[in-house]
Design a protein around this ligand. Structure first.
Ligand SMILES: Cc1cc2nc3c(=O)[nH]c(=O)nc-3n(C[C@H](O)[C@H](O)[C@H](O)COP(=O)(O)OP(=O)(O)OC[C@H]3O[C@@H](n4cnc5c(N)ncnc54)[C@H](O)[C@@H]3O)c2cc1C
Length: 643
């Protein structure tokens, strides 16, 4: 097996690519010549991969490569480079016009922090000679230079890292941000007394930020570490990745005019999950994505059944949506068919039987998943969100899948997701990549908590792969999530490399994707928030608003419905930590109404049954006495003694 794969953030070089890559390269290179049979190389590979990920944003200044000298077709090239021992580390200058065997690193300390600092020294030394235009200035700025910028308006931010002379943090942050625009990062030394005094910086390293509007101040980060500074700066509004293929990203404007034919921008908090995204995702999945399949049969049908089982049991949604999912599940379970036409499922999703209080909006309403333009974010964002919510629900309510056949399996949600993505997810490439990741590491998941963490880790792997590509919305850059502002305790540094504190991440994920953190804001229900009424009387609470222009669209056929459908909003008792969600219209563990033979009955239906039952009893008793009296009369008539 190969030590490095395409998924790793290092360039895999071969005999046919190495010379071409190094010759006249626009960037410098650090290449590890290794041998796949050398034990030390095997042990060292995770460190090298971690380093590759750590300095991914530096790739316009220096790239990290590997070449396997144990591979037969690489024998000659390793000889050409004079590689005798493994691993051998070589630095190569940028813009080298002739073949060069590179500069060997002979040090014994191969810890990432040391290697990274050596990379910086190499880039910095190069800068003086022939560094390409893309190479950033790593020398400290003078106080004169910086003080002249203070209070000035500018088209971009300027961040200044003030640090001790032997610190590398400033240079690391400069390199981390070199592929971003809208911001310049400079470094200054703590020995520059005038500057330190003017800026009021007391501890080192510290970051000072000059805003485009002329305001300025010390950057308030939870930990004064490279990762915290870099993450904060990358997420500033108006700061975008330079190599974003769409050239000029649109500014994030608020209001309808900012988005052409898109709906008005909806304000949201990134620390929340939005029910509108989850419901919109379910609507798209059930009515659009799956509807392209005429019939469900075999693996597709069993995947669909498992998917419906998992969402029906775990979706912490509104009562009307959960009822729809449960009805769908009961219907699927009660009909052991080998083949189901999707139209039949659609009829149920569209509630053709007109079962009361069962409803899934057919409007797309993205909130936390809004994209800056059409085609960005939306449905795939809601898919991730839905499955994070489901893994967290499964971990919080381990009994929820009881009697479904999935209760013993801690990977049930992930396996369902995997099968859904492979069989139905419209983006085939996504399915292929996801399948590769799942095949490699899903079997190692042994508990419900590990399942939550697995999905988080894999999602971050996808984020890393997609950062800077066309599917990235420039206003929502793909970063390693959660960023330090969302969860400061999730981040740590070990030997100079950023590491996650998995325990803290798990706690954070359970809180973030827990039912109590799901906001009903912008949902098409006004039971919490009345929409702007422009002077018109407010609709009654507990009503689900049917759009004015599509009054009949929610129920199929010619059924005429009133413009408001009563919604028996969820007010059942919630337990423990989920209780906070009780005002959010969010369903926690409530199983509403009565279901029989796959049909749901509301309290009105039940009352009607009771009234009819009582009425028939009275009617039968009346008939009984009526005939009894008649038969007595008849007997008297025909038993006359004189006959
Ligand atoms: C299974 C799957 C595979 C995909 N593969 C590809 C692919 O190969 N190529 C491609 O171009 N697109 C792929 N996509 C789409 C892509 O991942 C994004 O969903 C899409 O580009 C929209 O991105 P976004 O900015 O809305 O954030 P998303 O990545 O969709 O994330 C949605 C939200 O989840 C939260 N989040 C971010 N990271 C994490 C994390 N690690 N853990 C928990 N929550 C997190 C954030 O709040 C974020 O806003 C895939 C989608 C899915 C569901």
């Amino acid at each position: 097996t190969r030590l490095y794969s395409e998924e790793d953030l290092v360039v895999i070089l071969t005999s046919s690519t190495i010379k071409q890559s190094l010759l006249n390269s626009s960037t410098a290179w650090l290449v590890q010549f290794y041998s796949s049979w050398c034990g030390h190389c095997i042990q060292y590979s995770p460190t090298w991969k971690a380093l590759g990920g750590d300095v991914k944003d530096w790739e316009q200044a220096m790239r990290i490569g590997v070449l396997d000298c144990a591979q037969e077709n690489n024998f000659d090239i390793c000889k050409d480079f004079g590689v005798h021992f493994y691993p051998t580390f070589r630095y190569f200058k940028a813009r080298n016009p002739a073949f060069d065997v590179g500069q060997t690193y002979r040090g014994t300390d191969r810890e990432p922090q040391t290697v990274r600092q050596l990379m910086i020294n190499f880039i910095q030394n190069q800068t003086k000679q022939e560094c390409p235009a893309t190479c950033p200035g790593l020398e400290p700025s003078s106080s004169k230079n910086i003080l002249s910028l203070i209070g000035q308006k500018s088209s971009q931010y300027t961040a200044i890292i003030v640090e001790n002379e032997d610190s590398y943090v400033g240079r690391e942050v400069i390199l981390d941000l070199m592929t971003y625009r809208g911001l310049t990062v400079k470094r200054a030394l703590s020995s520059d007394k005038l500057l330190v005094e003017k800026l009021g910086v007391k501890s080192f390293p510290s970051a000072y930020l000059l805003h485009p509007n002329g305001t300025h101040g010390i950057l308030d980060v939870q930990k004064r570490l490279r990762f915290f500074f870099s993450s904060f700066l990358k997420l500033l509004p108006g700061v975008y990745r330079k190599n974003f293929s769409g050239a000029t990203p649109e500014p994030l404007l608020k209001g309808p005019q900012g988005f052409g034919n898109l709906d008005a921008w909806k304000d949201f908090e990134k620390s929340k999950v939005y029910m509108a995204d989850l419901e919109s995702g379910l609507h798209y999945l059930l009515r659009v994505e799956l509807a392209t399949h005429q019939t469900l049969v075999g693996e597709e049908l069993s995947t669909f059944k498992d998917f419906v089982t998992v969402v029906a049991k775990l979706f912490p949604g509104r009562q009307s949506v959960v009822k729809l999912l449960e009805t769908l599940l009961e219907w699927l379970v009660s009909l052991p068919l080998k083949k189901i036409p999707y139209d039949a499922i659609l009829d149920l999703v569209n509630n053709k039987m007109r079962i009361s209080e069962m409803f899934l909006s057919d409007q797309l309403q993205w909130v936390g998943c809004q994209g800056t333009r059409v085609g960005l974010r939306g449905y795939p964002c809601s898919m991730w969100t839905l499955f994070h919510v489901l893994t967290v629900q499964a971990a919080r309510r381990p009994d929820a899948l009881a009697n479904t056949g999935l209760e013993e399996n801690p990977k049930a949600v992930l396996q369902t997701m995997r099968r859904y993505i492979v069989n139905f997810f419209g983006c085939q490439e996504c399915g292929k990549h996801f399948e590769e990741m799942a095949a490699e590491s899903l079997p190692q998941v042994k508990s419900l908590d590990e399942a939550v963490l697995w999905l988080w880790r894999k999602h971050n792997q996808v984020n890393r792969r997609l950062a800077g590509t066309m599917s990235e919305d420039p206003n929502f850059p793909k970063t390693q999530w959660p960023s330090p502002d969302l969860c400061p305790t999730c981040h740590e540094e070990q030997d100079g490399i950023h590491v996650w504190n998995d325990d803290k991440v798990l706690v954070f994920l359970k809180q973030h994707y827990g039912a109590a953190n799901i906001s009903p804001k912008h949902l098409r229900s006004n039971h919490l928030e009345a929409p702007a009424t422009n002077g018109a009387p407010k609709p009654k609470p507990e009503m689900l608003v049917v759009p004015e222009d599509k009054p009949n669209e929610l129920l199929p056929g010619n059924t005429v419905v009133s413009k408001s459908l009563p919604l028996n909003a969820n007010r059942a008792k919630l337990s423990g930590v989920e209780r906070a969600g009780q005002d959010t219209g969010v369903h926690s563990d409530i199983r509403p109404g009565v279901t029989f033979l796959g049909l749901g009955f509301s309290s009105v239906d039940m009352s009607l049954c009771v009234v009819l039952y009582a009425f028939s009893c009275v009617f039968l008793m009346f008939m009984f006495f009526f005939f009894r009296v008649r038969s007595k009369r008849w007997k008297v008539r025909y038993n006359r003694p004189y006959v």
